[in-house]
Design a protein around this ligand. Structure first.
Ligand code: GLC
Length: 430
């Protein structure tokens, strides 16, 4: 067992005020490099989507794929920011789809789309579909783009480098569905931004902090290199930052261990310090190497339970530890485990705050307008202090002006936003 005092480890995980400012600078410079086409850990992908007007209307189908569960929705956009109650079906991908061949994945999705259409009486007439595909895709138009790499543990073969809209279209044809027109493909962050800004015109940033993490924001067209005929009337375009890959961060040996064990070592460094797939793994690595070696299978959900423990003797923490192989624990051990969890999660939240600070300053250097940030994802929604720590981080950076920045939980935005983006794209096409 390692003899490094816990206090020292907790200090190494801390992000000081000056480190926050360094992160803001470094994130800004990576954003600029990515936008100009220079080498950068930030892909800064033009999405060919802009903020909705709130006046998009009609019935649309949305397919939301970004993790092991995917959802299909049909919903009516009523204009003036109003949305009808959607019909929703959820499905779970198996290992065969996540890590098998391309046809396994897309044929499965197409067959479930067919089931959804038939259950909801939607086979036959033509429908526009918005396809949320939450992985790094190099878009060349609103409904075309090639997968750059897999993230979040996905590894289906034969998809990298291919147009995912074409793969879905071909699978739909194989399965006999001929009435869907995929009018938009988008990232979940873009869907989240679209869903919130359908109602709130100040919303110009979309964020996901769930299994993975990422953000998008609205950028002036002239700042984006390589974009010609964008068709954007607003003079702006949403950029999918793919911030999960930001790598100008100080890594501890625990981060290095988690990275080495992952399916994509060396990639998605920020994601591995912030998102739900990894926070628990980092905490486990610290706990296992310092105070409780038998511990196995520690997840971000366990962290949330421990960090919500307000009992005097930390008995809930003891129960979590017990369920993970640590039969007995002293109060001292339980308190140390709690401190480690807090240090790991608050580091994640402070990294998010620094990156958000950089994005806001990029759009509005004096913070002279109001900004709404739409956020979705289980970590943001369910962790007891993550949201609060992001706000505190922004306050530390912006002082009083932080009150001009509103953070809004935008539940299921990635599905609803797909319908809105599909509507905007199909209007442009008509
Ligand atoms: C991963 C994906 C990214 C997505 C994020 C949240 O980082 O690469 O595209 O937005 O997860 O789901």
């Amino acid at each position: 067992m390692d003899k490094t005092p816990i206090d020292k480890i907790i200090k190494d995980l801390d992000i000081s005020a000056s480190e926050m400012r360094r992160l803001v600078k470094s994130f800004t410079s990576e954003m600029r490099r990515g936008l100009s086409g220079a080498r950068s850990s930030l892909k800064m992908i033009p999405t060919y989507a802009s903020q909705p007007t709130g006046e998009e209307t009609g019935e649309f189908i949305a397919l939301d794929l970004g993790g092991t569960n995917f959802r299909i929705l049909s919903l009516e956009l009523k204009g003036e920011g109003r949305i009808g109650k959607p019909a929703i079906m959820s499905f779970k991908l198996g290992q065969k789809e996540i890590s098998g061949g391309e046809n396994n994945l897309f044929d499965f999705i197409a067959s479930r789309l067919k089931l959804f259409l038939s259950k909801n009486d939607l086979l036959g007439a033509k429908h526009f579909l918005g396809f949320t595909f939450s992985f790094p895709v190099k878009q060349t138009g609103i409904a075309t783009g090639d997968l750059v790499c897999w993230t979040k543990g996905f590894s289906a073969k034969g998809v990298i480098g291919k147009d995912v809209v074409r793969l879905l279209n071909e699978a739909l044809i194989r399965c006999g569905v001929g009435n869907l027109n995929i009018s938009a493909m988008l990232n979940d962050t873009v869907g989240t931004l679209a869903a919130e800004s359908y109602e709130d015109r100040n919303c110009d940033i979309g964020v996901i902090i769930g299994t993975g993490t990422n953000a998008c924001y609205s950028e002036t067209l002239s700042n984006i290199s390589g974009i010609k005929n964008s068709g954007s009337a607003s003079g702006r375009m949403i950029i999918n930052i793919e911030w999960g890959n930001f790598d100008k961060l100080k890594k501890t040996r625990f981060d290095l261990e988690v990275d080495e064990m992952s399916s994509n070592p060396g990639e998605q460094i920020l994601e591995k310090m912030v998102s739900g797939m990894y926070l628990g793994q980092i905490a486990e690595s610290v706990i296992r190497q310092t105070i409780a070696s038998p511990i196995r299978g520690f997840t971000t959900e366990h962290m949330s339970r421990i960090e919500s423990d307000v009992s005097k003797d930390l008995s809930n923490t003891g129960r979590v530890l017990k369920s993970l192989g640590v039969k007995t624990s002293t109060l001292k051990v339980r308190a140390e485990v709690l401190s480690i969890c807090k240090a790991v999660s608050s580091r994640g939240a402070r990294i998010v705050a620094a990156c958000l600070g950089a994005i806001i300053l990029k759009m509005d250097p004096k913070i002279s307008s109001s900004h709404t940030i739409a956020i979705d994802g289980t970590v943001y929604e369910k962790h007891p202090t993550f949201a609060k720590n992001i706000r505190a981080g922004l306050k530390g950076l912006f002082g009083r002006k932080a009150s001009r920045v509103k953070l809004v939980l935008t539940k299921d935005g990635s599905g609803i936003g797909a319908a809105i983006t599909a509507a905007a794209a199909s209007n442009n096409r008509r």
